[in-house]
Design a binder for this molecule. Structure first.
Ligand SMILES: [Zn+2]
Ligand SMILES: [Zn+2]
Length: 324
């Protein structure tokens, strides 16, 4: 195995390099040859200074296990959960490794990411992708699992009025995940093209301009990560309703929180989900139009162009083909 590899390195600016060290595999970890990787909004937030990240970007990938302690994993096509827990603190002992204070996060915290020929993750984080699911569906496992996390945190009976704010990739996936259990889901966004693409299982759509007609929602999912989105969520939620915050906001915001108290709203922060839940949803709903999310594909060497494409307002998911 070569000692260096091609990678998309962020060291204050994004660069394609061919001499980045292949990451060292710790005991219990796997070395993964990346096939396909996705660019996520979080990558672009990191480039604006979020978490002061330096290193190889990327946390969404499908790859093949090249090397691990247990040879049974070798050659398996996998996706991976991105938080690597320490395994020995009190959170880890309770099975809550996702909240381990010592965890690293692939491509986000102290851990080189997957916009590279190779990445490493604990074998315990890996999930094998069935051969029936192609890369362009499986690559959405991470954000789809994050969308599924809402159903894990909040029991949805099915008759609630649900509004999802934000017609980006995460908002659309949240709407799709919620539409698997609820019949009254409205997606609110700013892009007619994205709203049209999001239609599935009777999801209603509305442009942000006419959003006041949606007031009184039982559940509002905020997936824009903007101050206006959070303010709109507070406005649309009925008294005693639930707001799910689904997006990290890099810039501090001035938001009037008084209505949360006055209307006794519940606010739930919702982050990543379990890949098993996302994979189950992909298998249970083979008609979920996941490939519509793929805006463009680039070779890794054109990573800068790929990020420019991903930053355009009509982009949903831009992929990098690394070693197909
Ligand atoms: Zn992401
Ligand atoms: Zn721990």
């Amino acid at each position: 195995l070569a000692a260096t590899m091609a990678a998309a390195l962020f060291d204050g600016r994004l660069r394609y390099v061919t001499d980045h060290p292949v990451p060292a595999r710790k005991p219990g970890w796997a070395l993964i040859r990346v096939r396909t990787a996705g660019i996520c909004k979080t990558d672009r937030e990191l480039m604006k200074g979020y978490r002061e990240f330096r290193g190889v970007l990327g946390h969404e990938f499908i790859g093949v296990v090249e090397e691990s302690d247990d040879p049974v994993w070798t050659g398996r096509r996998v996706a991976g959960e991105i938080n690597a827990a320490c395994g020995c603190c009190e959170w880890c002992a309770q099975g809550l490794g996702r909240h381990c204070p010592h965890r690293t996060t692939l491509g986000i915290v102290n851990h080189d990411g997957c916009l590279a020929e190779y990445c490493v993750l604990p074998v315990a984080n890996l999930i094998e992708i069935p051969a029936t699911i192609p890369d362009e569906r499986a690559i959405l496992l991470e954000p789809l699992s994050a969308a599924c996390e809402i159903l894990e945190q909040l029991p949805v009976r099915g008759e609630e009025r649900i509004v999802v704010i934000g017609d980006g990739r995460l908002g659309i996936l949240c709407a799709w995940a919620l539409a698997t259990v609820a019949s009254d889901v409205t997606l609110l966004g700013r892009h007619a093209g994205k709203l049209a693409l999001a239609q599935w299982r009777g999801i209603k759509t509305a442009l942000s301009a006419d959003f006041t007609t949606l007031e009184g929602a039982d559940i509002v999912v905020e997936a824009t990560g903007s101050g206006q989105g959070i303010s709109a969520a507070i406005k649309l939620c009925r008294p005693r309703g639930v707001i799910i915050l689904k997006s990290t906001v890099a810039q501090p915001q001035n938001i009037n929180l008084a209505p949360i108290v006055i209307n006794e709203l519940s606010v739930i922060g919702s982050r990543c989900g379990r890949f098993g839940d996302g994979l189950q949803m992909i298998q249970d709903f083979p008609d979920m139009p996941l490939p519509k999310m793929i805006t463009a594909r680039y070779p890794l060497a054109q990573v800068e162009d790929a990020f420019i494409r991903a930053a355009r307002s009509d982009a949903l998911k831009v992929l990098l083909d690394i070693s197909l």
